[in-house]
Write a protein that binds this ligand. Structure first.
Ligand SMILES: Nc1ncnc2c1ncn2[C@@H]1O[C@H](COP(=O)(O)OP(=O)(O)OP(=O)(O)O)[C@@H](O)[C@H]1O
Length: 605
């Protein structure tokens, strides 16, 4: 089927749709619907949006012959130079002929909107699988390692006529690997960072790059930025492109999936050698993730040469005990939340940004890096923050506070999960957060609130700055009755003084209300995000003493009455956790070694 003409439609910036203003949310939904309608008008059936990334939106639909197609659109909000890269992506994809890579169909440009069309890889991406299942088993990691190594061999041996012309994918990571559980088929998608390698894996110039050789221009890089959570140091610092980039992506992917994290940065605190993998495989992954280039390259060479032999090891699935989370959580019955996390990370990351010269704000990935991390921090701190973001990918509400002191780290928490089937995977996510926190060696405090974006109250301001509403919106709450002896346990009140991130001056009456609420046994959080044109009030409340419901409701109502008098702009919030008896953890720089048992028949995990 020939690619049919597509007319003028594009996609705006995506955010958690529940946090957009009513108008923007409507516009966003309209864009998505227009795209679906247009693709349907063109004759594609069962059109749906299947993914989105930093650069684009991805739709799927079936053609006349029932073959599944994918349509990738670049984000309209990105600079034109960045959006033009979709065409380069189309070109690189068209160069590859590998069973693990979706076939290229067409590239169309309508006005400024490029659309890349290709075969659909059936299945679910491995980041989503990892969020559902938690840590991958040793056998799964080994099997994936062999397949990825074979793709790397194929990319390295790409030729232009008879000249070697190795290709770099440049963005290998779990969310770019689509896996079909029914057929076990695996696909490597997203060729947006792909280039012809300038150097071979030994660091010698690739002969077919004759233009570079002739012009003597051997210093500039053609490398594209991949995902900063997964790429290696050489790619991050803009070195010339080489097949080593993809070795790094593969190592980071295997590590992230084996440990149930969403980045590579945890490897110092939670090394691959602590994850129950076969010793040889664990050592090779840790070597590839090492800070020393020589060690990385040696381990990479060893991986490429020996993984198929390593994969002959007998790796049965071991009997899993039910996982236990290091921080307790409870299951809630209410409707599944659309979780968003707010944290005090700016305060937490107080170091200077030494690498500003690397930042090219035109690049969407770096933009994200800059926005999310703000400062150049240590790897473990980055991994810790990424682990907090991972918690928010689960349907969970609640709060966490981490307090680092001389000898130990203290955690106060209140976490309510809304999907029991994700319990084990969520336990892995929590335990990673704790292990990473144990490895952080700086005194201080970190807090975060997880709330349901669907419940966020939004109030628009009129021309004078006053908020518009017909009737005063109500703060919702749940009532959970606790046992009488639980109620008498003391509980902590989390009002941590002036936070430098909280620039919003709350009216005194609002603060007084929060203090009065504190007399009633409950957990919850409330965050006021006052913008020039509107205010968002994020919140969740759980009343734990049902006998006080009338008073509780009255105070929440009063709180809203005073909140609508907020004139200032900025963010401020309160979080309340249930008990004073916090969990204490010793500090631990690195988790101890733990390998797959030599005699698996005798052991269960
Ligand atoms: N050919 C395909 N078949 C099936 N799913 C695909 C295909 N291409 C992309 N996807 C899905 O869409 C998601 C986003 O696509 P892609 O990674 O290409 O976009 P991106 O904007 O470049 O993302 P990133 O932020 O990861 O760079 C992928 O994670 C994957 O789940």
């Amino acid at each position: 089927m020939k690619a049919k003409e597509i007319r003028n439609f594009y996609i705006n910036e995506e955010q958690s749709v529940y946090l957009l203003s009513h108008r923007d949310a409507k516009k966003h939904r309209q864009w998505l619907n227009i795209c679906i309608k247009q693709l349907t008008l063109l004759g594609y059936k069962n059109v749906e949006m299947i993914g989105s990334g930093a650069f684009g939106f991805v739709f799927a639909g079936d053609d006349d012959n029932g073959l599944p197609w994918v349509f990738k659109f670049s984000r309209i909000t990105l600079a034109q130079s960045v959006r033009d890269r979709l065409e380069d992506e189309a070109y690189m994809l068209s160069q590859i002929n590998n069973p693990l890579v979706p076939t290229f169909y067409a590239f169309e440009r309508i006005k400024k909107q490029g659309i890349l069309m290709m075969a659909r890889a059936i299945g679910e991406d491995l980041e989503k699988v990892s969020l559902k299942t938690g840590r991958f088993s040793a056998a799964q990691i080994m099997a994936l390692a062999v397949r990825l190594r074979n793709v790397l061999i194929d990319l390295r041996s790409h030729k232009n006529g008879i000249s070697p012309q190795p290709i770099v994918h440049g963005d290998i990571k779990p969310s770019n690997l689509v896996w079909d559980a029914n057929t076990d088929a695996l696909s490597l998608v997203d060729w947006g960072s792909s280039v012809y390698a300038q150097l071979d894996s030994d660091g010698n110039p690739v002969a077919s790059n004759f233009m570079d050789l002739m012009s003597g221009d051997l210093s500039t890089t053609n490398a594209r930025m991949g995902d900063v959570y997964f790429i290696g140091e050489a790619q991050m610092s803009g070195e010339q492109s080489s097949p080593r980039f993809d070795e790094q992506g593969v190592a980071a992917t295997l590590y992230a999936l084996a440990s149930a994290q969403s980045c590579r940065f945890g490897a110092q605190a939670i090394p691959a050698s602590s994850l129950g993998l076969p010793k040889e495989l664990a050592k090779v992954i840790d070597g590839m993730l090492s800070k020393s280039k020589a060690q990385r390259d040696d381990a990479g060479d060893y991986f490429m040469r020996n993984i198929t032999t390593m994969a002959k090891a007998y790796l049965p699935e071991l009997d899993k005990k039910q996982k236990k989370a290091d921080i307790p959580f409870w299951y809630g019955k209410a409707e599944q939340p659309d979780t968003v996390v707010y944290s005090s990370r700016k305060q937490f990351l107080r170091q200077a940004d030494h690498n500003q010269q690397l930042l090219d704000i035109n690049d969407a990935q770096l933009d994200r890096y800059y926005k999310e991390f703000l400062f150049d921090t240590g790897d473990t701190e980055k991994a810790f923050l990424a682990s907090i973001s991972r918690l928010a990918k689960y349907p969970v509400v609640g709060g966490l506070s981490f307090h680092w002191k001389d000898e130990s780290m203290f955690v106060e928490s209140s976490l309510i999960m809304h999907d029991e089937s994700l319990g084990d995977a969520f336990s892995d996510a929590i335990n990673n957060t704790v292990m990473l926190a144990q490895a952080i060696n700086q005194k201080g405090l970190f807090k975060c609130c997880l709330f349901d974006a669907r419940k966020t109250i939004q109030l628009e301001r009129d021309g004078t700055g006053a908020f518009k509403f017909d009737s005063l919106p109500e703060l919702e709450y749940e009532v959970v009755s606790m046992k009488a002896n639980d109620i008498t346990r003391p509980h902590s009140y989390f009002e941590d003084g002036k936070d430098p991130d909280e620039q919003l001056q709350l009216p005194k009456k609002v603060i007084k209300c929060v203090f009065e609420l504190n007399q009633i046994h409950h957990t919850g959080c409330i965050i006021f995000e006052a913008l020039p044109d509107r205010m968002k009030i994020h919140h969740y409340y759980r009343l734990l003493d049902s006998s006080k419901e009338v008073e509780f409701k009255r105070l929440l109502n009063k709180l809203m009455q005073y909140a609508v008098n907020i004139t200032d702009v900025g963010v401020a919030g309160f979080m309340k956790l249930p008990y004073k008896n916090t969990r204490e953890f010793s500090l631990c720089e690195q988790q101890q070694e733990h390998y797959f048992p030599k005699n698996p028949k005798l052991v269960s995990l």
